[in-house]
Design a protein around this ligand. Structure first.
Ligand code: CP
Length: 307
C-alpha cells in the first residue's frame, strides 16, 4: 500500500513490506546524497516541525531531509516564542500549523499527542516522539541500521539494554522487531528498569520471542546487536528514583572482551555515561553511523508521504 498522505503515529502503522520499501528508498536517497544530486521531490512543500521537547537528531535531521528534497520548514520549537506562552491550547496550535504547511512532524512530552494531532490536522502527521509512548521514525532508523550492518534482521540475536521502563525508542523498536523474525531478543534490565506492562502485553500479543535477563554479562557472548539507551531522567516522576538507577550499568571495553565477533552497538542518542567514551572509536560503535542514516531514511519517508 502507498504511504501517500498517511500519518505515522506508531511503527505498527507500517507493514514489513512498507518498511523494506522505505529501506530501498533510503538506499536511493543515500546514493543521491553521495552523488550530490539536487532533488526537487518536495519543491513547493512546507513541513512544520512542532517540537515541544528538546531534540537534536530528530529535529535537525527532519529539517535537513526536507532541505535535501527541495522543501522548506516552519520550526515551532519553543513554548516561549509562540502563542502557547499566552495559553493557546495544542489543538488550536495544530489547526494553525496544518493550515500553514503540508505535513506536521510533532514531538511532545505527553503520550498520545501525535495521535491527537492527527485527529485534528488536515495534513499528515509524523510522530517524532510522544512521551514514553513511541518514536516510530527512530525505530525505522534502528531497523535500517541493523539491515545495513548485517544485511538482514531475521535470524539475529539482539540485546536491548537500558531504560526499558520509560524509553519510547525501545517500545517502538520492539514493536518493529515483531514484524521481522529475529532469532532471539534479550531484554536486559538492571535494577527495576523492566519493561512497562503495556509494552509487554503488546509484544506478547505480537508474538515477539524474548527473554528477560538482569545482567548484560549473561548474554554478551551471544549478541549480534546490542541496543543501549540512557536512563530517561525527564520521565522519572521522582528524582530520587532516577538518582538510584542512573548508574545501573555501563558498557566498558572489559565487558566487550567477551563479545561475539562482529557485535555492533546501537544507541538512539543522546548518550550520557552508559557507554564508556573509549568505545566510540572501536568497531563496536555503530551509533554515530546510525544517527547519520536518519537523513536518507527521513528523506525516504517524507518523499513517500508527500512526493
Ligand atoms: N534519537 C533522538 O530522538 O534524539 P533527539 O532527542 O536528539 O532527537
Amino acid at each position: 500500500m502507498s504511504l501517500r498522505n498517511r500519518d505515522l503515529i506508531s511503527i505498527l502503522d507500517l507493514s514489513r513490506n512498507e518498511i523494506e520499501e522505505l529501506f530501498r528508498k533510503a538506499d536511493q536517497m543515500n546514493k543521491f546524497l553521495q552523488e550530490k544530486k539536487t532533488l526537487n521531490t518536495l519543491s513547493g512543500k512546507i513541513i512544520s516541525l512542532v517540537f515541544l521537547e528538546p531534540s537534536t537528531r530528530t529535529m535537525y535531521s527532519f529539517q535537513s531531509a526536507t532541505y535535501r528534497l527541495g522543501g522548506k520548514t516552519l520550526v515551532f520549537a519553543s513554548k516561549t516564542t509562540t502563542s502557547l506562552a499566552k495559553g493557546e491550547n495544542i489543538a488550536d496550535t495544530i489547526r494553525m500549523m496544518s493550515a500553514y504547511s503540508d505535513l506536521i512532524v510533532i514531538r511532545s512530552p505527553y503520550d498520545g499527542t501525535a495521535l491527537y494531532a492527527s485527529m485534528i490536522s488536515s495534513v499528515p502527521v509524523i510522530n517524532a516522539g510522544d512521551g514514553k509512548h513511541e518514536h516510530p521514525t527512530q525505530a525505522l532508523i534502528d531497523l535500517y541500521t541493523i539491515y545495513k550492518l548485517k544485511g538482514r534482521i531475521d535470524g539475529l540475536t539482539i540485546g536491548v539494554l537500558g531504560d526499558l521502563k520509560y524509553a519510547r525508542t525501545i517500545a517502538s523498536l520492539l514493536y518493529g522487531l515483531s514484524l521481522f523474525s529475529p532469532r532471539k531478543v534479550y531484554l536486559i534490565s538492571p535494577g527495576n528498569l523492566t519493561l512497562r506492562e503495556s509494552v509487554r502485553a503488546k509484544i506478547d500479543d505480537l508474538g515477539l520471542e524474548y527473554e528477560e535477563v538482569r545482567d548484560i554479562r549473561q548474554v554478551i557472548g551471544e549478541l549480534d546487536i546490542l541496543y543501549v539507551t540512557r536512563i530517561q531522567r525527564e520521565r522519572y516522576p521522582d528524582p530520587e528514583e532516577y538518582e538510584r538507577v542512573k548508574n545501573a550499568f555501563k558498557i566498558t571495553e572489559k565487558l566487550l572482551e567477551n563479545a561475539k565477533p562482529g557485535l555492533k552497538i546501537l544507541h538512539p542518542l543522546p548518550k550520557l555515561d552508559e557507554i564508556d567514551k573509549s568505545i566510540d572509536n572501536t568497531d563496536y560503535a555503530a551509533y554515530f553511523y546510525q544517527a547519520s542514516l536518519g537523513i536518507p531514511l527521513r528523506m525516504a519517508l517524507l518523499a513517500s508521504i508527500l512526493g
